[in-house]
Design a protein around this ligand. Structure first.
Ligand code: FEO
Length: 394
C-alpha cells in the first residue's frame, strides 16, 4: 500500500513490526523496522530501492496495484545489500529491460548476488543527474562506506528530498512514517543505536561526507532513509546529531561489562560499580553481564562512556567465549578516545586479565593501568587493592 510523502513521491516499502533481528542475528531489534522503497511519478516514473527478499512477492504485487510496471522508466538502486535489493530479481523478471541506475560497485554487488548479467545497468556517480520532468532533476551522490563501498544517495530537486539510504535511518517501525509522528524517546534511542552499531566504524568518512553535502548547498526539505522514520520537520536535526556522534562523542559515564563462572568476577564487578558510585558521584555508572544483555544496547552505553571496565575469569588459559565474542564486535565498532581497565578471577593459570588488556588495545582502547586479578574469590585485602586501583584509573 502506498503512502504519500510529498507531491508525487510515495512510500511503497515494507513495514515490519515483528522483525527481531538484522544482519543475521548480529543486530537485535526491539521496535521492528522497515525497508523504505519510494515511487516517484513525475513525467518520468521511477522507483528508489526495493525491499528484503522475503517480501518480494508482496512488494511486486502491491506495486502492480499502484502502477503499470511497464510505465516504470527506471529504478535507482542506492545500495546492493539484500534488504534493499531483495525484490529486484522478481521485479526485473516482469520488466527485464528497465534501466537500473546505481554505483559501479553496486553493479558488482548485484551481479554477485543475483543472476544479473543481462540487467540494464547504468553507472552513476556524484555530479551525475537525470531530468525527471516537471522541471525536476535527480542528482546522485556517492556515499562510499556509509556503510558499504557501493552505497549512494539520491537527491530530488523541487521536492528537495535526500533519499539517503542507510544513513540517518533507524530500525523502528513507524506506521505514520514521519519522525515528527513517532515516539520521540524511541526515535532518539533507535537512531543512536543504529548509528553506533552500523555507522560508527565509518565516523571519520561520515564527517567528511556531511561537509561535502553541506558544500553542495542543496536545500533540504526531507531526508528519506531506507529504514525507519522519515525526517521532514527540521531534517537537519539528524545531520547535526550525526556530526555530534561522529566527533569523538562521550559523556561522563563509566560502563562495567563482564561475565562470570562462579560469581567471583561478578563480585568484583559489583564492587567496582559501588566504589565509583561512592567516590565519583558526578559520573554515571552502568553495569552489564554480557551474557544477559543485548550486546547492541551495551555498545550504545560504551559509545557514551569515557571509560570501560571489562571482566572475565580465566577459563582454559583464556577468557569466557561470551566475552571473547563481545570484544570482537567491540573492535569492529572502532570507538576512539576511551580508556579501559580489565579484571577477573582465576584459580590456576590466570591469563584472562592480560588477554582482556591485549584485546582492548586491539580494539583501540587506552589501557593505562594493569588490571585487577583475584585468586579464587575476592577477599578483604583484594577489595582494598581494587579500591586503590579504581582511584588510579578514574
Ligand atoms: Fe539497510 Fe546496508 O542495508
Amino acid at each position: 500500500m502506498r503512502k504519500n510523502i510529498i507531491n508525487n513521491v510515495s512510500w511503497v516499502g515494507f513495514l515490519d513490526w515483528e522483525l527481531k533481528n538484522f544482519h543475521g542475528e548480529d543486530f537485535k531489534l526491539e521496535h521492528g523496522s522497515s525497508q523504505n522503497a519510494y515511487l516517484v511519478e513525475e513525467e518520468k516514473t521511477f522507483l528508489i530501492d526495493t525491499v528484503y527478499r522475503p517480501h518480494k512477492c508482496e512488494f511486486v504485487e502491491n506495486l502492480k496495484k499502484e502502477i503499470d510496471l511497464n510505465k516504470l522508466d527506471f529504478i535507482v538502486v542506492n545500495h546492493g545489500e539484500v534488504d534493499h535489493s531483495g525484490a529486484l530479481p522478481a521485479l526485473i523478471k516482469e520488466i527485464p529491460s528497465v534501466p537500473i541506475y546505481c554505483s559501479a560497485l553496486a553493479k558488482n554487488s548485484l551481479q554477485g548476488q543475483y543472476d544479473a548479467k543481462d540487467w540494464n545497468f547504468n553507472i552513476v556517480k556524484t555530479g551525475d543527474e537525470i531530468e525527471v520532468g516537471n522541471g525536476k532533476k535527480l542528482k546522485f551522490l556517492d556515499m562510499k562506506m556509509l556503510h558499504w563501498p557501493d552505497s549512494m544517495a539520491t537527491y530530488l530537486t523541487g521536492d528537495e528530498i535526500l533519499f539517503s539510504n542507510d544513513a540517518f535511518g533507524q530500525h523502528f517501525a513507524v506506521e505514520e512514517l514521519f519522525a515528527d509522528k513517532a515516539d520521540k524517546n524511541i526515535l532518539e534511542e533507535e537512531s543512536l543505536k543504529y548509528f553506533v552499531n552500523i555507522l560508527n566504524p565509518f565516523a571519520p568518512i561520515l564527517l567528511k561526507k556531511i561537509n561535502e553535502i553541506k558544500n553542495l548547498n542543496l536545500p533540504l526539505k526531507i531526508i528519506a532513509p531506507s529504514h525507519g522514520a522519515i525526517w521532514r520537520e527540521d531534517p537537519i536535526q539528524i545531520i547535526e546529531k550525526y556530526e555530534e556522534w561522529a566527533n569523538f562523542y562521550s559523556e561522563n559515564q563509566i560502563t562495567i561489562v563482564y561475565d562470570t563462572m562462579w560469581n567471583g568476577t561478578k563480585k568484583i564487578a559489583h564492587f567496582i560499580a559501588s566504589q565509583i558510585g561512592l567516590k565519583y558521584p558526578e559520573s554515571s555508572v552502568k553495569l552489564f553481564n554480557i551474557s544477559k544483555t543485548d550486546k547492541n544496547s551495551i555498545m550504545v552505553e560504551i559509545f557514551k562512556s569515557r571509560a570501560i571496565i571489562v571482566g572475565s575469569p580465566t577459563v582454559n588459559n583464556s577468557i569466557l567465549s561470551s566475552v571473547a565474542g563481545f570484544l570482537e564486535f567491540l573492535k569492529q565498532l572502532k570507538f576512539k578516545n576511551k580508556s579501559a581497565l580489565a579484571f577477573g578471577c582465576y584459580g590456576w593459570s590466570g591469563e584472562s586479565v592480560k588477554i582482556l588488556e591485549d584485546r582492548l588495545k586491539e580494539a583501540g582502547f587506552l589501557v593505562k593501568e594493569q588490571g585487577i586479578k583475584c585468586l579464587w574469590n575476592p577477599k578483604e585485602e583484594d577489595f582494598t587493592k581494587i579500591s586503590e586501583k579504581i582511584e588510579q584509573f578514574i
